[in-house]
Design a protein around this ligand. Structure first.
Ligand code: CA
Length: 415
C-alpha cells in the first residue's frame, strides 16, 4: 500500500495506521480527524464533499463533533468500513488524490492544528496487569517474600479511577499537594509531593453501552474495544504510601492522567498480535481465552530536564502483560457492571524483567535509592519541576509500522 502523501519510513502514522482524533483547525473549527505522516485530515469536511456517501450505516456527519464518541458508538462493523474507506482514499491514484479542492480544504500540516481530548471519557478503570510491576511494587511497598498477593494470578486486579482529570498530551501537570507521613515524624504533614512519578500504560476505549446485569464475555470483548491510546498515570508515591490502605490509591492518582491524542484502532494493531505469557495456575472458565490476545508493541519513556537534553530512561513491550485486555473487560463485567461508550480501561504500569525496562521511577530508582543520572549529570529519584516526560509506542513487523506518536507532560510547581 502506498499513499499519495509522503512520510518518512519510520513514521508511526503510515498508511497502515489511520488513527482517529479530534483537532482544532484554523484556530476555531473543531472536527474529528485522521493523520497520515505529518498531515492531519479534517474528516467532517471530507464527509461534506461526499466521500463517505457509500458507507452503509453512516447517515449523519458524525465527524462534525467535539469528541469521537458518536463515531465510536456506530460500532465496529461501521467504524471498520470507515477506516478502510479513509485508507483507500489516501492511496496513490485514488479519486481524492486528484481532487485539489478537497485536498486544499481538508489537509493540514501538523503544526497548523491543535489536538483535543479524543473522547469524552465516561468511566475510567486502572488495572494492575504486569506481573513484573506487581512483583516489584509488592517487594518495595510490602513483603519481598510474598510480593504477589494470593488473588493476583486468579483475577485481573483493578480499581476505579477518576475520569474528570484525564487530560490530553501536552497539558501541564501541576505538582499535587497532600498528606504524607515521613518515617521520622510521629504525625502526617501537608505539602507538595516530593515523590512525583509516572506510570507507563496503554488504555483501551469502549465502543458500546451495555445494560446493568449484562456481561461482556472474553470472546465478545475485543468487539467492544474501539482502539488504544498511550496513558501516563501520574502518581504521587509519598501520598500513595500513606493513604492506600485499605481501599487503594486516591489523591495519589486522581490529580491527572495524560493520554495520547490519536486513538489507534484494534484493526490497525492486528499485524502485531502475539501470544501471552502462560498463566499458571489455570484461570477460571470465564477468563479462559484462545488465540493470540496480546500485542507486540514497543514502548519507551524519555525524560527531558528543564533546558536539558532528552534521555531514554526505559524501554519495554506491551506483550509482557500477564492479563489481556479481553480478560480485563470480561472480569470487569462478569458481575453485571455496565460499560459505556468512551470508557477508558488502562493496563496498569507496564514493566519488563530487566532494570532498564521498568515503567515507573519507583521501580527504576528502587524507591529513590538509586537515582538516575541524566546527560548533564543531574540526578533524579522522582520528577522535578519543569521536567518533561514523554512516552512513545509502536508496532513494527514485515515493513509495516503503526504507532501512537507520544504522550507528553511537563511538571509545573504546586499551586
Ligand atoms: Ca496505574
Amino acid at each position: 500500500m502506498k499513499s499519495f502523501i509522503d512520510y518518512p519510513e519510520n513514521s508511526d502514522f503510515s498508511i497502515h495506521n489511520i488513527p482517529f482524533g479530534v483537532a482544532v483547525f484554523d484556530k476555531e473549527y473543531i472536527a474529528c480527524a485522521t493523520r497520515i505522516g505529518d498531515i492531519v485530515v479534517d474528516l467532517a469536511t471530507l464527509y461534506d464533499f461526499g466521500y463517505f456517501n457509500d458507507v452503509d450505516g453512516l447517515q449523519d456527519n458524525v465527524f462534525e463533533a467535539y469528541t469521537l464518541n458518536e463515531l465510536i458508538e456506530l460500532g465496529k462493523p461501521v467504524t471498520r468500513i470507515i477506516r478502510e474507506k479513509i485508507q483507500s482514499l489516501l492511496l496513490e491514484g485514488s479519486l481524492l488524490s486528484k481532487d485539489e479542492k478537497s485536498i486544499e480544504d481538508c489537509f493540514f500540516n501538523l503544526d497548523e492544528v491543535k489536538m483535543l481530548m479524543p473522547v469524552h471519557v465516561a468511566n475510567y478503570t486502572d488495572f494492575y496487569s504486569s506481573i513484573e510491576h506487581a512483583t516489584n511494587v509488592g517487594k518495595l511497598f510490602r513483603d519481598p517474600e510474598n510480593a504477589l498477593l494470593p488473588n493476583w494470578k486468579h483475577l485481573p486486579v483493578a480499581y476505579h479511577g477518576r475520569a474528570s482529570s484525564i487530560v490530553i498530551s501536552g497539558t501541564e501537570i501541576i505538582r499535587p499537594k497532600g498528606q504524607t507521613k515521613p518515617k521520622d515524624q510521629p504525625s502526617p504533614v501537608f505539602g507538595p509531593t516530593k515523590q512525583l512519578d509516572f506510570e507507563l500504560e496503554l488504555g483501551f476505549i469502549i465502543n458500546k453501552n451495555t445494560e446493568l446485569g449484562d456481561s461482556v464475555s472474553v470472546e465478545q470483548a475485543e468487539d467492544a474495544i474501539f482502539g488504544l491510546v498511550l496513558f501516563n498515570d501520574w502518581s504521587a508515591r509519598d501520598i500513595q504510601a500513606w493513604e492506600y490502605v485499605p481501599l487503594g490509591p486516591f489523591l495519589a492518582k486522581n490529580f491527572a492522567s495524560s493520554i495520547s491524542p490519536w486513538v489507534v484502532t484494534l484493526e490497525a494493531l492486528e499485524p502485531f498480535r502475539t501470544d501471552s505469557p502462560k498463566q499458571d495456575p489455570e484461570v477460571l472458565d470465564y477468563l479462559k481465552t484462545t488465540g493470540k490476545k496480546n500485542f507486540d508493541l514497543n514502548l519507551e519513556v524519555a525524560l527531558t530536564p528543564d533546558k536539558g537534553t532528552e534521555v531514554i530512561i526505559s524501554k519495554t513491550n506491551f506483550k509482557t502483560m500477564y492479563w489481556t485486555m479481553a480478560q480485563q473487560l470480561a472480569h470487569h463485567t462478569v458481575n453485571g457492571c455496565n460499560i459505556e461508550v468512551g470508557d477508558l480501561y488502562a493496563s496498569g504500569t507496564i514493566s519488563g524483567t530487566s532494570s532498564d525496562s521498568f515503567g515507573s521511577l519507583l521501580e527504576l530508582t528502587y524507591k529513590g535509592e538509586k537515582p538516575l543520572i541524566l546527560n548533564d549529570g543531574q540526578k533524579r529519584d522522582f520528577l522535578s519541576d519543569h521536567d518533561t516526560l514523554s512516552m512513545r509506542g509502536w508496532g513494527e513487523k514485515d515493513g509495516v509500522r503503526v504507532g501512537f506518536g507520544e504522550v507528553v507532560g511537563t511538571i509545573v510547581p504546586a499551586k
